[in-house]
Ligand binder design. Structure first.
Ligand code: NAP
Length: 252
C-alpha cells in the first residue's frame, strides 16, 4: 500500500468493501487522502478491513446492502463522522445461483435484483437526498462483462448487471450537471466471489485473455478512483470495460 496523502477533504461510501474489489476501491481512495465509509454484512470482517485501511480515516458500518434502514444509517453516520459524502461506489453484489434461466427460482431472481440493483438505487437516493443534490459529487456502479452480453447459466446475475448499466445512464441523465455517474464492467477478477472460475486452473483461465492474466482488485480500484475524481470531470453515463482485452476475442 502506498503512503497516504494529506486529507483531500473528500468523503466516500464504498459498499461491500471488507475484501475484494470494494476493499481495493476504498484503499485507492484512502491512499489519495479521502475519508471512506465501508460496508459489508460481517462486523468482524469489516473491523479487520477498517484496521488495515487506517481507522482514523475509515468507518465501517455493518448491514445488508438492500436494507433501506442500513442505507439511511450509512449515509447519516458518514455525514456525522466526516461532514459530507462526495462519492458513492455501489460495489456490493451477489451471484448465488448457477443453472439454466428457464428453471430459475423466481425468488432467487428477485433476491439477485434486490442486492445488485435496488441496493445501488437505494444508496444513490439516500446519498442524493442527504448531500449530493445540494453539493454535487460522483457515483460509480460495479457492473460486469456478464451484463454486456449473454452469460449462460448465470442469467439472473447477467440481467442484473445489465440493469446496472442502464441504471447508471438513468442516474447520469437525471442527476447532471452536479453529479456524475459511471459504471465499471470487469471480467474475472481474483476475489473470493470469482474463485470458482479460476481456482486450480488459473493459467488456463488467464490464457484466454489478450493480456494473459486475470484481473486483480487493484485493477478496478484505480479505475474507480479515477472515475470518482476531477480527472473524470467530463465523463458521465459511461460503462468502462476492464477485461484484460477479453472482449477483443469476440471479433477474432
Ligand atoms: N470478482 C469478479 O470477477 C467480478 C467481476 C465482475 C463484477 N464483479 C462485481 O464486483 C463486486 C464485488 O465483488 P468481489 O469479487 O470483490 O466479491 P468479494 O471478494 O466476495 O467481496 C464482496 C464484498 O461485498 C460484501 N457483501 C457481499 N454481499 C453483501 C450484501 N448483500 N450486503 C453488503 N455487503 C455485501 C462482502 O462482505 P460480507 O460477506 O461480510 O457481506 C465483501 O466485503 C460485485 O458486485 C460483483 O458482482 C466481480
Amino acid at each position: 500500500m502506498s503512503t497516504p496523502q494529506p486529507d483531500s477533504g473528500r468523503v466516500a461510501i464504498v459498499t461491500g468493501a471488507s475484501r475484494g474489489i470494494g476493499y481495493a476501491i476504498a484503499e485507492a481512495l484512502v491512499a489519495r487522502g479521502d475519508r471512506v465509509t465501508i460496508t459489508g454484512r460481517s462486523e468482524d470482517a469489516l473491523k479487520e478491513a477498517v484496521d488495515r485501511l487506517g481507522s482514523d480515516r475509515v468507518l465501517g458500518i455493518a448491514g445488508k446492502a438492500h436494507d433501506e434502514a442500513h442505507q439511511a444509517e450509512t449515509v447519516e453516520r458518514t455525514i456525522e463522522a466526516f461532514g459530507r459524502v462526495d462519492f458513492l461506489a455501489n460495489n456490493a453484489g451477489t451471484n448465488p445461483v448457477f443453472g439454466p434461466i428457464a428453471e430459475l427460482d423466481l425468488g432467487v431472481a428477485r433476491k439477485v435484483f434486490e442486492t445488485n440493483v435496488i441496493s445501488a438505487l437505494g444508496f444513490a437516493q439516500q446519498t442524493y437526498k442527504a448531500w449530493q443534490k445540494e453539493h454535487g459529487g460522483a457515483i460509480v456502479n460495479i457492473s460486469s462483462v456478464s451484463g454486456l452480453s449473454a452469460a449462460p447459466f448465470i442469467g439472473a446475475y447477467g440481467i442484473s448487471k445489465a440493469a446496472m448499466v442502464n441504471l447508471t445512464q438513468q442516474l447520469a441523465a437525471e442527476m447532471a450537471p452536479g453529479i456524475r455517474v459511471n459504471a465499471i464492467a470487469p471480467a474475472v477478477v481474483k476475489t473470493k466471489f470469482a474463485a470458482a472460475l479460476y481456482e486450480g486452473r488459473e493459467e488456463e483461465a488467464a490464457a484466454a485473455y489478450p493480456l494473459k492474466r486475470l484481473g486483480v482488485p487493484e485493477d478496478i480500484g484505480g479505475a474507480a478512483a479515477f472515475l470518482l475524481s476531477d480527472a473524470a470531470a467530463w465523463i458521465t453515463g459511461q460503462t468502462l470495460v476492464i477485461d484484460g482485452g477479453m472482449f477483443l476475442n469476440a471479433f477474432v
